[in-house]
Structure formats: C-alpha cells, structure tokens
Design a protein around this ligand. Sequence first.
Ligand code: GLA
Length: 390
Amino acid sequence: MTSDEEAVAGARTAFAGTFGGAPEGVWAAPGRVNVIGEHTDYNGGFVLPVALPHTARAAVARRSDGRVAFASVQGDGSVVELDVSELEPGRPDSWAAYPAGVVWALRERLDGGGVSVLLESDVPVGAGLSSSAALTCSVALALRDLAAPELGPPDLVEVARRAENDFVGAPTGILDQSASVLCTAGHALFLDTRDRASEQVPLDLAGAGLELLVVDSGVTHEHAGGGYGDRRRECESAAERLGVAFLREVDDVAGLGSLADGTPEGDVLFRRARHIVTENARVLEVVAALRGDADPRTIGPILTAGHESLRDDFEISVPLLDAIVESATAAGAYGARMVGGGFGGSAIALVDHDRIDAVVAAVTERFAREGQDAPRTFTAVPSAGARRLA
Ligand code: GLA
C-alpha cells in the first residue's frame, strides 16, 4: 500500500510521462471486503462491506479534441485512445473497458471534449477484492468533479454500476460500487440494496484486540462469464416461481417450500434461494451484534455459517477457499468465510491479534500440503471511501 502523498507523486509523474503535462487532479477509490452478505445485492438484500486501505488512483485531465485516452501503470505502457463518440459496449474491450464505461456513462457531460486518464492501483486483481469497482469509482469521482458537479454519491454508484453492467457486460449488483463510494474509515457500511438506505456501523476490531485477516487463495475468478451469471439467473428463476420481485421479499426459509418440487432443478433453486434468505438474516444478526455491546468475537460463527451456505447451498466456493476456512478456524480464528463473487478470490478470518501469526502459519502449511505457494495475506483495516487526493 502506498501513502496518499506517494500516490499523488507517483500518479503525477506517470501522467506526465505518458501524456505530457500535469493532471487536473488525482482521485482515489478503494477495494473492499464484505464482512457478510454475499450475492444478496442483486436480490434486493443486505450487505455489510468495509473499504480496504488499497486503492485505485486516477490522474485525469480534460482535453478539447473529443478523444479519450487511458493508460495504466500496471499495464504494458500502451495507451488505449479513441474518440468519445466511438465508445460503445465492447469497444474498447481490454482492461480499459472499465474506465471507458464511466466516460461512456457520462459522455454527455463532456460537451464534445474528452479526457486523458492515467490509472494506478494496489488493489489485488482477480482476488475478489473489487479491483474493478475501485477503477470505475475513481474515474467516476474525477469526472464528477471536473464535469458533473451536481452528481451525489448515489449517482456515482449508479454511474459505476452502469459502466460495469451495461458497458463491460458483467452482471454484478451494487455491492462493490457502493462500498467503494460510500464506506467511511472505522466503519462497515450496512446497505439495504432494495431502497439503498445505508448506515455506517462502527467497527473497531483493533480496539477489541481483533483483526480481519484477508487470505488470497490465488485462484482468479471472472465475473463477466460463467458461474456468477448462472447464480444470478437461478435466483431470478426462484423469485419468479415464488411470485416475488426479489428473493429479499422472503424472510423465512419456510416460505421457500414450494421450490422443492422433487425435481433436480427445483432442489437447486431451493438451495440457491435458501442461501439468500439465510444470508440476509446473517447480515441482520451481525449488524445487531455490532450495534450493541456484544463482543465482536460473537460474529465469528455467523461468518463461518455464511461460508458453509456459500459452499453447500450456493456452490460457489473452491477447495482452496474451503481449506483456508478450515485451517484458519482450526488454528483459532473465531470465524472465516470466502468473500466476493466466488469461484476463487479471497477469504476473511476473524482472529485475535496475537493469534495472527499462528493462523497465517496454519493456512500456509495447509497450502503447502495442497502443493501451493504461501498465499498473500493482509489485515483489512476499515478505510475511507472514494476521495480526491489532489
Ligand atoms: C461480486 C459482485 C457484487 C456481489 C458479489 C457477491 O463482487 O460484483 O455485486 O454480487 O460478487 O456478493
């Protein structure tokens, strides 16, 4: 991770080296981990993410020639450049689609002008930590400040969602974008994705002698294709069969009985829906514990139950994520679960500060037995949402 001063200096230097001249500003937006509430967001349900200290930074300057240019410090040095009027879903189709989608969503605000965008990020990519929302939200905030000052935080979430859903074509919900824009340091964001009401829930794990350990399985995932979209469609089918707009409307597993009609398909839909119903309940339980005086350690078993539900009912875990959860809890973590869209990515574990080394050693030893290199680990300190750095 980079300090804000280093980030600004680095982004300015890279911008000058790529485009010449100085950017008009530098904006940052974080990745996230979700404490609990997985796959509930596109079902109108509850989520509870925290922003990570890791951010994407966008150094941006307007230009008058109607062209957009994107470069990434993490990339190969090449610049993706085209006319704003040429932007359309599928064009560009590289990593630049994420920032391009934001420019596309706000293209009318550019009044015939364009932008040069230099991106730099220390959010691990493909680790389920929302590196793409960090990119889109940093650019959305930059364009808001430079060209669309009337946009409020909920509008920025919407712009970033459109970039991801309508331009990149990844059928995600609004968890990642909301976390990146709305989170505040020292808090988890309790968000009701149905009406978008939110509450900042204080989360002082360090004060309780705890850490939220993040372990990257190293298995990369891809949201635009495959399993994520399948799960979304299965949830929509289940909701349709139950006659509700969203699975959120069902608040008790008893209300799912009609899905299990004895067919294999009915059984699958029942289990997918059961995950959503029980996961929403878990979010409410965790929020109640954190709002009250309860020891945060008491949320540990709820996190582990969330993992079991994602593994058995939603079927989006992978063996290495299960191995992290098993080895971390066996070594003394109060609870652990995979996070994000699934099929790879990271897991979190709630661990006493003085047990961190033992838990990391246990997970590393388990990885070695599975023939894997030691995983990347770090502590998720609840950090600030998107902001202008300079
Ligand atoms: C990905 C998506 C989010 C959310 C999570 C699962 O991160 O981008 O919208 O659905 O998966 O909770």
